[in-house]
Ligand binder design. Structure first.
Ligand code: ADP
Length: 396
Protein backbone atom coordinates (compact mmCIF):
# COMPACT_ATOMS: atom_id res chain seq x y z
CA UNK A 1 0.00 0.00 0.00
CA UNK A 2 1.19 3.55 -0.79
CA UNK A 3 0.10 6.34 1.55
CA UNK A 4 0.89 9.96 0.79
CA UNK A 5 1.38 11.81 4.09
CA UNK A 6 0.76 15.55 3.91
CA UNK A 7 1.58 18.22 6.50
CA UNK A 8 0.31 21.52 5.13
CA UNK A 9 1.42 24.77 6.78
CA UNK A 10 0.38 28.31 5.90
CA UNK A 11 3.08 28.75 3.22
CA UNK A 12 4.65 25.30 3.10
CA UNK A 13 3.67 21.68 2.56
CA UNK A 14 5.71 18.62 3.57
CA UNK A 15 5.04 15.23 2.03
CA UNK A 16 6.19 11.62 2.25
CA UNK A 17 5.11 8.69 0.12
CA UNK A 18 5.39 5.66 2.35
CA UNK A 19 4.49 2.04 2.89
CA UNK A 20 2.59 1.90 6.21
CA UNK A 21 3.46 -1.77 6.79
CA UNK A 22 7.23 -1.46 6.43
CA UNK A 23 7.68 2.25 7.10
CA UNK A 24 9.73 2.49 3.89
CA UNK A 25 9.69 6.00 2.44
CA UNK A 26 9.94 5.97 -1.36
CA UNK A 27 10.02 9.77 -1.75
CA UNK A 28 9.67 12.84 0.41
CA UNK A 29 9.93 16.57 0.08
CA UNK A 30 8.83 20.07 0.78
CA UNK A 31 6.96 22.83 -1.05
CA UNK A 32 7.94 26.26 0.21
CA UNK A 33 6.98 29.86 -0.50
CA UNK A 34 3.41 28.94 -1.47
CA UNK A 35 1.50 32.18 -2.35
CA UNK A 36 4.87 33.95 -2.85
CA UNK A 37 6.53 32.14 -5.78
CA UNK A 38 7.02 28.44 -5.07
CA UNK A 39 9.88 26.00 -4.64
CA UNK A 40 9.79 22.22 -4.55
CA UNK A 41 12.55 20.15 -2.91
CA UNK A 42 12.11 16.46 -3.68
CA UNK A 43 14.22 13.60 -2.31
CA UNK A 44 14.42 9.99 -3.40
CA UNK A 45 17.05 8.17 -1.34
CA UNK A 46 20.17 10.34 -1.48
CA UNK A 47 19.09 12.13 -4.66
CA UNK A 48 17.71 15.63 -4.20
CA UNK A 49 15.95 17.77 -6.85
CA UNK A 50 15.05 21.44 -6.35
CA UNK A 51 12.61 23.10 -8.76
CA UNK A 52 11.10 26.57 -8.84
CA UNK A 53 7.43 26.05 -9.70
CA UNK A 54 4.75 28.77 -9.42
CA UNK A 55 2.49 27.96 -6.44
CA UNK A 56 -0.18 30.66 -6.18
CA UNK A 57 -2.10 28.35 -3.79
CA UNK A 58 -1.91 24.95 -2.05
CA UNK A 59 -3.62 23.42 -5.10
CA UNK A 60 -0.61 24.06 -7.33
CA UNK A 61 1.70 22.77 -4.58
CA UNK A 62 -0.21 19.46 -4.43
CA UNK A 63 -0.21 19.26 -8.24
CA UNK A 64 3.56 19.84 -8.27
CA UNK A 65 4.00 17.01 -5.73
CA UNK A 66 1.87 14.60 -7.78
CA UNK A 67 3.67 15.62 -11.02
CA UNK A 68 7.10 14.89 -9.57
CA UNK A 69 5.96 11.61 -7.96
CA UNK A 70 4.98 10.32 -11.44
CA UNK A 71 7.85 12.01 -13.31
CA UNK A 72 9.71 9.48 -15.52
CA UNK A 73 13.12 10.68 -14.23
CA UNK A 74 12.59 11.90 -10.64
CA UNK A 75 9.37 10.03 -9.80
CA UNK A 76 8.77 6.75 -7.97
CA UNK A 77 5.33 5.70 -9.28
CA UNK A 78 3.87 5.41 -12.78
CA UNK A 79 0.47 6.91 -12.07
CA UNK A 80 -1.33 8.85 -9.33
CA UNK A 81 -3.68 5.83 -9.09
CA UNK A 82 -0.87 4.01 -7.29
CA UNK A 83 -1.47 6.30 -4.28
CA UNK A 84 -4.01 4.31 -2.25
CA UNK A 85 -4.80 6.99 0.32
CA UNK A 86 -3.68 10.37 1.64
CA UNK A 87 -3.12 11.03 5.36
CA UNK A 88 -3.25 14.67 6.48
CA UNK A 89 -1.86 16.09 9.68
CA UNK A 90 -4.43 18.44 11.21
CA UNK A 91 -3.41 20.52 14.22
CA UNK A 92 -6.59 21.04 16.20
CA UNK A 93 -9.45 18.57 16.45
CA UNK A 94 -11.05 20.44 19.38
CA UNK A 95 -13.66 18.33 21.20
CA UNK A 96 -14.88 17.02 17.84
CA UNK A 97 -12.24 14.35 17.25
CA UNK A 98 -10.85 11.72 19.60
CA UNK A 99 -9.37 9.69 16.75
CA UNK A 100 -8.27 9.91 13.14
CA UNK A 101 -11.07 9.69 10.57
CA UNK A 102 -11.83 9.42 6.86
CA UNK A 103 -12.58 12.86 5.44
CA UNK A 104 -16.14 13.60 4.33
CA UNK A 105 -18.25 16.77 4.29
CA UNK A 106 -19.09 16.47 8.01
CA UNK A 107 -15.40 16.11 8.89
CA UNK A 108 -14.51 19.18 6.83
CA UNK A 109 -17.27 21.14 8.59
CA UNK A 110 -15.99 19.99 12.01
CA UNK A 111 -12.38 20.96 11.17
CA UNK A 112 -13.71 24.38 10.13
CA UNK A 113 -15.52 24.60 13.48
CA UNK A 114 -12.16 24.14 15.21
CA UNK A 115 -10.53 27.10 13.37
CA UNK A 116 -10.97 29.48 16.36
CA UNK A 117 -8.94 26.99 18.46
CA UNK A 118 -6.19 26.56 15.83
CA UNK A 119 -6.38 29.81 13.85
CA UNK A 120 -2.91 29.56 12.30
CA UNK A 121 -2.81 25.89 11.35
CA UNK A 122 -6.31 24.54 10.74
CA UNK A 123 -7.03 26.75 7.69
CA UNK A 124 -3.75 25.59 6.09
CA UNK A 125 -4.46 21.93 6.95
CA UNK A 126 -7.91 22.32 5.34
CA UNK A 127 -6.37 23.83 2.21
CA UNK A 128 -4.14 20.76 1.94
CA UNK A 129 -7.18 18.45 2.22
CA UNK A 130 -9.28 20.43 -0.27
CA UNK A 131 -6.41 20.67 -2.75
CA UNK A 132 -5.99 16.86 -2.67
CA UNK A 133 -9.73 16.30 -3.04
CA UNK A 134 -9.69 18.53 -6.13
CA UNK A 135 -6.79 16.80 -7.91
CA UNK A 136 -7.42 13.20 -6.75
CA UNK A 137 -11.17 13.02 -6.07
CA UNK A 138 -11.34 9.20 -5.96
CA UNK A 139 -8.52 8.72 -3.44
CA UNK A 140 -9.61 8.43 0.22
CA UNK A 141 -8.33 11.20 2.50
CA UNK A 142 -7.78 10.72 6.21
CA UNK A 143 -7.39 13.45 8.85
CA UNK A 144 -5.02 12.74 11.76
CA UNK A 145 -5.29 15.23 14.60
CA UNK A 146 -2.46 16.43 16.83
CA UNK A 147 -4.93 16.71 19.71
CA UNK A 148 -6.80 13.38 19.33
CA UNK A 149 -4.50 11.18 21.46
CA UNK A 150 -5.08 13.47 24.45
CA UNK A 151 -8.88 13.14 24.45
CA UNK A 152 -8.68 10.35 27.06
CA UNK A 153 -7.57 12.85 29.73
CA UNK A 154 -9.92 13.00 32.71
CA UNK A 155 -11.71 16.32 33.47
CA UNK A 156 -9.40 17.02 36.43
CA UNK A 157 -6.54 17.19 33.90
CA UNK A 158 -8.28 19.01 31.05
CA UNK A 159 -10.49 21.53 32.86
CA UNK A 160 -9.09 24.96 33.71
CA UNK A 161 -10.15 26.37 37.06
CA UNK A 162 -11.99 29.31 35.49
CA UNK A 163 -15.75 30.00 35.22
CA UNK A 164 -17.59 27.05 33.64
CA UNK A 165 -19.23 29.18 30.94
CA UNK A 166 -15.92 29.42 29.06
CA UNK A 167 -15.76 25.64 28.88
CA UNK A 168 -19.43 25.14 28.11
CA UNK A 169 -19.85 27.96 25.61
CA UNK A 170 -16.38 28.25 24.12
CA UNK A 171 -14.69 24.84 24.57
CA UNK A 172 -11.83 26.45 26.57
CA UNK A 173 -9.88 23.54 28.13
CA UNK A 174 -6.57 21.73 27.90
CA UNK A 175 -6.24 19.90 24.58
CA UNK A 176 -2.52 19.14 24.25
CA UNK A 177 -0.47 18.70 21.06
CA UNK A 178 2.23 16.41 19.58
CA UNK A 179 -0.47 13.74 20.02
CA UNK A 180 0.63 11.78 16.95
CA UNK A 181 4.19 11.64 18.30
CA UNK A 182 3.09 10.67 21.83
CA UNK A 183 0.82 7.98 20.34
CA UNK A 184 3.61 6.57 18.19
CA UNK A 185 6.10 6.47 21.08
CA UNK A 186 3.50 4.93 23.45
CA UNK A 187 2.72 2.20 20.89
CA UNK A 188 6.38 1.52 20.12
CA UNK A 189 7.37 1.50 23.80
CA UNK A 190 4.68 -1.10 24.55
CA UNK A 191 6.33 -3.30 21.89
CA UNK A 192 9.81 -2.64 23.31
CA UNK A 193 8.93 -3.46 26.93
CA UNK A 194 6.61 -6.30 25.87
CA UNK A 195 3.67 -5.06 27.97
CA UNK A 196 0.38 -3.29 27.38
CA UNK A 197 -0.35 -2.24 30.93
CA UNK A 198 2.24 0.11 32.38
CA UNK A 199 2.76 3.72 33.36
CA UNK A 200 4.99 5.90 31.22
CA UNK A 201 6.01 9.53 30.82
CA UNK A 202 6.99 10.52 27.31
CA UNK A 203 9.23 13.57 26.90
CA UNK A 204 8.91 14.99 23.37
CA UNK A 205 11.76 17.51 23.44
CA UNK A 206 12.35 19.36 20.20
CA UNK A 207 12.00 22.93 19.10
CA UNK A 208 8.51 22.59 20.54
CA UNK A 209 8.39 20.39 23.64
CA UNK A 210 5.67 18.59 25.55
CA UNK A 211 5.43 15.78 28.08
CA UNK A 212 2.65 13.24 28.29
CA UNK A 213 1.58 10.99 31.19
CA UNK A 214 0.33 7.71 29.72
CA UNK A 215 -1.33 4.75 31.48
CA UNK A 216 -1.95 1.51 29.57
CA UNK A 217 -1.42 3.35 26.27
CA UNK A 218 -3.89 6.15 27.09
CA UNK A 219 -3.07 9.79 27.77
CA UNK A 220 -3.82 10.93 31.32
CA UNK A 221 -2.29 14.41 31.18
CA UNK A 222 -0.05 16.55 28.98
CA UNK A 223 1.81 19.80 29.37
CA UNK A 224 0.52 21.83 26.42
CA UNK A 225 -2.93 23.34 26.81
CA UNK A 226 -5.51 25.15 24.72
CA UNK A 227 -2.55 26.07 22.53
CA UNK A 228 1.05 24.80 22.24
CA UNK A 229 2.30 27.74 24.35
CA UNK A 230 1.82 25.97 27.70
CA UNK A 231 4.10 23.59 29.59
CA UNK A 232 7.89 23.56 29.63
CA UNK A 233 9.97 26.40 28.10
CA UNK A 234 10.75 25.64 24.45
CA UNK A 235 12.94 26.95 21.63
CA UNK A 236 11.04 30.23 21.34
CA UNK A 237 7.93 29.66 23.53
CA UNK A 238 7.83 30.73 27.18
CA UNK A 239 5.90 27.68 28.41
CA UNK A 240 3.73 28.17 31.52
CA UNK A 241 3.48 31.77 32.64
CA UNK A 242 1.37 33.76 35.11
CA UNK A 243 -1.37 35.48 33.05
CA UNK A 244 -0.66 38.71 34.95
CA UNK A 245 2.64 38.99 33.06
CA UNK A 246 0.56 39.59 29.90
CA UNK A 247 -1.51 42.26 31.66
CA UNK A 248 1.60 44.00 33.02
CA UNK A 249 3.46 44.05 29.69
CA UNK A 250 0.42 45.12 27.65
CA UNK A 251 -0.32 47.96 30.06
CA UNK A 252 3.25 49.16 30.46
CA UNK A 253 4.33 48.95 26.80
CA UNK A 254 1.00 49.64 25.08
CA UNK A 255 1.14 46.22 23.43
CA UNK A 256 -1.98 44.46 22.23
CA UNK A 257 -2.68 40.99 23.65
CA UNK A 258 -1.90 39.54 20.20
CA UNK A 259 1.48 41.30 20.12
CA UNK A 260 2.31 40.09 23.61
CA UNK A 261 1.31 36.51 22.71
CA UNK A 262 3.46 36.73 19.61
CA UNK A 263 6.39 37.66 21.87
CA UNK A 264 5.61 34.72 24.19
CA UNK A 265 5.38 32.30 21.24
CA UNK A 266 8.22 33.50 19.03
CA UNK A 267 10.71 35.50 21.09
CA UNK A 268 10.76 33.71 24.43
CA UNK A 269 11.89 30.30 25.70
CA UNK A 270 15.57 29.33 25.62
CA UNK A 271 16.11 31.87 22.83
CA UNK A 272 15.17 34.69 25.22
CA UNK A 273 17.03 33.36 28.25
CA UNK A 274 20.23 32.64 26.31
CA UNK A 275 20.05 35.70 24.05
CA UNK A 276 21.86 33.44 21.59
CA UNK A 277 19.68 30.85 19.89
CA UNK A 278 16.66 28.57 20.07
CA UNK A 279 18.81 25.69 18.85
CA UNK A 280 20.08 23.40 21.59
CA UNK A 281 23.32 22.74 19.70
CA UNK A 282 24.16 26.46 19.92
CA UNK A 283 23.27 26.49 23.62
CA UNK A 284 25.57 23.53 24.27
CA UNK A 285 28.36 25.29 22.38
CA UNK A 286 27.73 28.42 24.51
CA UNK A 287 27.77 26.34 27.67
CA UNK A 288 31.11 24.82 26.66
CA UNK A 289 32.49 28.38 26.34
CA UNK A 290 31.17 29.30 29.79
CA UNK A 291 28.35 31.56 28.51
CA UNK A 292 26.26 32.18 31.66
CA UNK A 293 23.06 32.93 29.74
CA UNK A 294 23.28 29.69 27.76
CA UNK A 295 23.90 27.83 31.02
CA UNK A 296 20.82 29.46 32.59
CA UNK A 297 18.65 28.65 29.53
CA UNK A 298 19.69 25.00 29.60
CA UNK A 299 19.31 24.71 33.38
CA UNK A 300 15.83 26.25 33.25
CA UNK A 301 14.82 23.76 30.56
CA UNK A 302 16.21 20.72 32.43
CA UNK A 303 14.62 21.89 35.69
CA UNK A 304 11.14 22.41 34.22
CA UNK A 305 11.17 19.09 32.33
CA UNK A 306 12.28 17.24 35.49
CA UNK A 307 9.60 19.07 37.53
CA UNK A 308 6.89 17.85 35.18
CA UNK A 309 8.24 14.29 35.29
CA UNK A 310 7.95 14.46 39.09
CA UNK A 311 4.43 15.86 38.79
CA UNK A 312 3.38 13.14 36.35
CA UNK A 313 4.90 10.40 38.50
CA UNK A 314 2.51 11.65 41.21
CA UNK A 315 -0.39 11.99 38.75
CA UNK A 316 0.10 8.37 37.65
CA UNK A 317 0.89 7.20 41.21
CA UNK A 318 4.16 5.73 39.96
CA UNK A 319 6.03 5.36 36.69
CA UNK A 320 7.53 2.29 34.99
CA UNK A 321 9.11 3.86 31.90
CA UNK A 322 10.39 7.31 30.92
CA UNK A 323 10.93 7.88 27.20
CA UNK A 324 12.83 10.61 25.37
CA UNK A 325 12.00 11.55 21.79
CA UNK A 326 12.24 14.33 19.11
CA UNK A 327 15.29 16.41 18.10
CA UNK A 328 16.68 17.15 21.57
CA UNK A 329 15.30 14.04 23.31
CA UNK A 330 16.82 11.74 20.69
CA UNK A 331 20.11 13.58 20.15
CA UNK A 332 20.96 15.13 23.50
CA UNK A 333 22.72 12.71 25.88
CA UNK A 334 23.75 15.61 28.14
CA UNK A 335 20.17 16.88 28.26
CA UNK A 336 18.87 13.41 29.18
CA UNK A 337 21.56 12.98 31.85
CA UNK A 338 20.87 16.44 33.35
CA UNK A 339 17.10 15.79 33.50
CA UNK A 340 17.51 12.30 34.96
CA UNK A 341 19.93 13.58 37.64
CA UNK A 342 16.89 15.28 39.27
CA UNK A 343 15.10 11.91 39.39
CA UNK A 344 17.58 9.88 41.42
CA UNK A 345 15.22 10.16 44.44
CA UNK A 346 12.74 7.94 42.59
CA UNK A 347 15.35 5.37 41.66
CA UNK A 348 16.07 6.57 38.11
CA UNK A 349 19.62 5.59 37.17
CA UNK A 350 21.08 6.01 33.70
CA UNK A 351 23.73 3.78 32.17
CA UNK A 352 26.18 6.51 30.99
CA UNK A 353 27.54 4.32 28.20
CA UNK A 354 24.12 3.37 26.86
CA UNK A 355 23.00 7.01 27.15
CA UNK A 356 25.89 8.11 24.95
CA UNK A 357 23.85 7.66 21.76
CA UNK A 358 22.06 9.83 19.24
CA UNK A 359 18.94 9.06 17.24
CA UNK A 360 18.88 5.36 18.20
CA UNK A 361 16.14 3.30 19.78
CA UNK A 362 17.78 2.15 22.98
CA UNK A 363 17.34 1.32 26.68
CA UNK A 364 19.56 3.86 28.44
CA UNK A 365 18.87 3.09 32.11
CA UNK A 366 21.13 0.93 34.29
CA UNK A 367 19.98 -2.64 35.06
CA UNK A 368 19.27 -1.66 38.69
CA UNK A 369 17.27 1.48 37.79
CA UNK A 370 13.77 1.38 39.34
CA UNK A 371 12.38 3.03 36.20
CA UNK A 372 13.34 2.01 32.67
CA UNK A 373 14.52 4.94 30.56
CA UNK A 374 14.42 4.64 26.77
CA UNK A 375 15.27 6.72 23.73
CA UNK A 376 12.50 6.06 21.20
CA UNK A 377 12.88 8.10 17.98
CA UNK A 378 9.49 9.45 16.99
CA UNK A 379 7.93 8.94 13.57
CA UNK A 380 4.82 11.05 13.17
CA UNK A 381 4.60 10.36 9.43
CA UNK A 382 4.56 6.60 10.00
CA UNK A 383 1.83 6.99 12.64
CA UNK A 384 -0.23 9.06 10.18
CA UNK A 385 0.33 6.47 7.42
CA UNK A 386 -0.62 3.59 9.76
CA UNK A 387 -3.82 5.30 10.96
CA UNK A 388 -4.68 6.10 7.34
CA UNK A 389 -4.12 2.52 6.16
CA UNK A 390 -6.11 1.08 9.07
CA UNK A 391 -9.13 3.30 8.43
CA UNK A 392 -9.07 2.87 4.65
CA UNK A 393 -8.69 -0.94 4.91
CA UNK A 394 -11.52 -1.15 7.46
CA UNK A 395 -13.80 0.82 5.14
CA UNK A 396 -13.19 -1.50 2.17
P1 ADP B 1 10.53 20.47 15.72
O1 ADP B 1 9.79 20.82 17.00
O2 ADP B 1 10.78 21.65 14.84
O3 ADP B 1 10.00 19.24 15.02
P2 ADP B 1 12.85 18.83 16.27
O4 ADP B 1 12.18 17.71 16.97
O5 ADP B 1 13.40 18.59 14.92
O6 ADP B 1 11.96 20.12 16.27
O7 ADP B 1 14.02 19.34 17.23
C1 ADP B 1 14.83 20.43 16.89
C2 ADP B 1 15.83 20.62 18.03
O8 ADP B 1 16.63 19.43 18.11
C3 ADP B 1 16.79 21.78 17.80
O9 ADP B 1 16.80 22.63 18.93
C4 ADP B 1 18.13 21.11 17.66
O10 ADP B 1 19.13 21.83 18.28
C5 ADP B 1 17.95 19.81 18.41
N1 ADP B 1 18.96 18.86 17.94
C6 ADP B 1 19.03 18.24 16.75
N2 ADP B 1 20.16 17.51 16.67
C7 ADP B 1 20.80 17.68 17.85
C8 ADP B 1 22.03 17.20 18.40
N3 ADP B 1 22.80 16.41 17.68
N4 ADP B 1 22.37 17.57 19.66
C9 ADP B 1 21.56 18.39 20.40
N5 ADP B 1 20.41 18.88 19.92
C10 ADP B 1 20.05 18.53 18.68
Amino acid sequence: MNVLVINAGSSSLKYQLMNPETGDVSAKGLCERIYIDGRLTHKVGDKKVVKDIPMPSHSEAISAVLDILVDPVDGVIKSVDEIDAVGHRVLHGGMEFSDSCIVNDDVIAAIKKCIPLGPLHNPANLMGIEACQAVMPKTPQVAVFDTAFHMTMPPKAYRYAIPTEYYENDDIRRYGFHGTSHKYVAKRTAELVGKKEFKMINCHLGNGSSLCAIKDGKCQDTTMGLSPLAGVPMGTRSGDIDACVVQFICNKYGMSVDECLNMLNKKSGVLALSGVSSDFRDLEAGEANGDENCILALNKFFYEVAKYIGAYAAALNGVDVITFTAGVGENGPDTRAAICSYLEFMGVKLDPEANNCRGKERLISAPDSKVQVWVVPTNEELMIAQDTAELVNAAK
